[in-house]
Design a protein. Structure first.
Length: 596
């Protein structure tokens, strides 16, 4: 009779190498996350070669009393809306108060005709580089009727301007008549004026102007110009608008404004290249008044109007054409059905694709130039479990350097358009970013600015700036973790015998390496190094390294009987950059005994 003997099978060494990195993944379970992504990473971003590195920090450039409700730029100057005041931050760092009656709500702006135009929901303002004043003080005065005989009539020319009660009528004098009938009655008392002929008296109720002498006969030409005012009750108030978008077909020839709480589904268009003129006929009611217009996005030759969640459509498409009389016409049609926008300040265009924030996450609007058809799909699935728990209505976003920055509270979610998978960008997650509003600013050195609730105006650093790797002097806590790795066989335990994270060869850097398994979490190694550079040498950590190659960290701490394994590399040192170039894990799968 034969005997059975038990022999342990020799464990075969295996190796996992990660050389390609992507963004974070908060949607999948850490055991199901793709090996290139991280289920637990913070304050990291992809560098120029797509490796994860610590983000740069920010520096406070100005402090004001009151929350920063908006940052706006004209040339080299930045206007800071802080509390009820508007300050000018000059390139030399000095500040000057330019206006002191702002609304305590977020403000928006646009550039046209060399001036900066601002909406805060209280007063529509313009800044020409010298002074800030209400647009109503310099609003275009329309000539509503031309070529009228003294008894009235004439030809209608321009619509009434919603920004001013002033109007102009022109008349053809006949050399006999002293009484001229305006094109409306009940004009404002003592508002009629004529520069060429003295007025004897005005009947405001009847809308008649009587001259001391009859203006001469001009041979059929208009020679009498009367300026007057007529205040219209319950007229839409452009000053209450808080949303704006430039559009004019293929050119940005007009501005469209909305956000008036009295008429939440209505918007108004300006005159041609004239933001001081909003004709009372140039309005559009978009969908039901049960849902408000939230903002605008430009895509090709179409303006996309986004609304909040409600019973009607959430997206409308506006296009430009000339009508039969060669006048501009802006047709509107319903767009694709999708979730509505939740924040008017989180709408921007990333590489031709409009992004907006909905209650279900960030949505992208996709289309082509040759068709008006648009589709909407989510682009933030991998971060939604964390993002959708935030107070999304207070979110602010901008596009800068090929990335979409979305700030909520003190967190920031960054979508990188350089790393796309099936049309979805890779996302990164940052903390300690108290941004309430952004200013992407290519004209003052190429920096990204933001304002905070406590009155600070901050600027993100470039990598070569002094103190680039701290947040106002505080250390940036950055880390990157692998998924919970089953290392090839989830049904058997593993012995991890060696790992080698490869760190970026910065002049002064380091890291803590942590292991996590189903049974323990432990820091297994700390490393600090300096490249040979006299400007940055710290002799207490000098390593005589000088080659700009990866810095391998050999970790020989063993882990036994692990079902799953995770490696985390982090750097929480002030003024230290940090990044990963690769990672190797060497392990052996524990086999069960076999009979022979």
């Amino acid at each position: 009779m034969s005997r059975a003997y038990q022999f342990s099978e020799a464990a075969q060494m295996q190796e996992l190498t990660i050389e390609r990195f992507a963004g974070v993944d908060f949607a999948n379970h850490p055991t199901k996350t793709d090996v290139s992504r991280s289920p637990d990473a913070c304050n990291m971003i992809a560098d120029e070669t797509y490796f994860p590195v610590k983000r740069t920090g920010y520096q406070t450039k100005a402090r004001f009393d009151g929350q920063i409700y908006g940052l706006h730029r004209l040339g080299q100057e930045i206007l800071c809306h802080a509390g009820t005041k508007l300050w000018c931050l000059k390139p030399d760092g000095t500040t000057a108060l330019v206006y002191d009656d702002m609304h305590t709500e977020r403000s928006v702006s646009f550039l046209m005709n060399g001036s900066l135009w601002m909406l805060d929901g209280k007063t529509y303002l313009v800044y020409d580089g010298t002074r800030v004043q209400p647009v109503s003080k310099q609003a275009f005065v329309p000539t509503t009727t031309i070529g009228s005989p003294p008894a009235g009539g004439g030809t209608s020319l321009e619509a009434v301007n919603l920004l001013t009660p002033k109007r102009i009528n022109t008349f053809v004098g006949d050399g006999k008549s002293t009484e001229f009938q305006l094109d409306c009655k009940n004009i404002d008392v003592d508002s009629a004026a004529c520069a060429d002929y003295p007025i004897k008296w005005v009947d405001a109720y009847a809308g008649k102007v009587t001259f001391a002498q009859a203006p001469p006969d001009a041979g059929g030409l208009a020679n009498v110009v009367i300026t007057f005012s007529k205040t219209v009750k319950d007229q839409p108030d452009i000053n209450k608008c808080r949303i704006c978008g430039l559009f004019g077909g293929q050119n940005d020839t007009r501005v469209f404004v909305s956000g008036n709480p009295d008429q939440p589904n209505c918007d108004w268009q300006s005159g041609l290249y004239d933001p001081s003129y909003f004709p009372d006929t140039g309005y559009t009611r978009i969908g039901s008044d049960a849902s408000a217009i939230m903002g605008y996005a430009r895509q090709y030759d179409t303006q996309i109007v986004l609304k909040e969640d409600g019973q009607d459509a959430k997206q409308y498409l506006r296009t430009f054409a000339l009508d039969d009389n060669a006048k501009p016409a802006y047709s509107l049609r319903q767009g694709a059905e999708a979730a509505g926008a939740v924040s008017p300040h989180a709408i921007d265009v990333l590489n031709g694709t409009p992004y907006y924030l909905s209650p279900q996450g960030v949505m992208g609007i996709y289309g082509t130039y040759v068709t008006e058809y648009r589709t909407i799909s989510g682009v933030s699935q991998r971060i939604n479990p964390k993002l959708c728990r935030e107070n999304l209505s207070q979110a602010a976003a901008c596009v800068w350097d090929g990335k979409y920055y979305l700030a909520v509270g003190t967190h920031c979610y960054v979508a990188d358009s350089r790393q796309m998978t099936d049309g979805i960008p890779e996302w990164y997650y940052w903390e300690n970013i108290p941004a309430q509003c952004f200013l992407p600013d290519a004209d003052t050195g190429g920096y990204l600015w933001f304002g905070t609730k406590d009155g600070r105006v901050c600027r993100f650093c470039h990598t070569d700036d002094a103190h680039a790797y701290s947040d106002d002097g505080a250390a940036i806590a950055a880390h990157w973790a692998t998924p919970l790795l089953s290392l090839g066989d989830g049904s058997r335990t593993k012995n991890v015998v060696y790992s080698q994270p490869k760190l970026m060869p910065y002049g002064c850097s380091g890291a803590e390496i942590w292991y996590r398994t189903d049974r323990m979490t432990r820091c297994v190694q700390r490393v600090a190094f300096s490249q040979f550079c006299f400007a940055q040498v710290d002799f207490s950590r000098f390593s005589f390294r000088s080659a700009p190659t990866a810095v391998p960290v050999d970790v020989r701490r063993r882990v036994r009987h692990a079902w799953q394994f995770q490696l985390l590399a982090k750097n929480e040192k002030e003024e230290e950059p940090f990044g990963l170039l690769g990672l190797t894990i060497r392990f052996a799968v524990r086999h069960t005994a076999r009979s022979i």
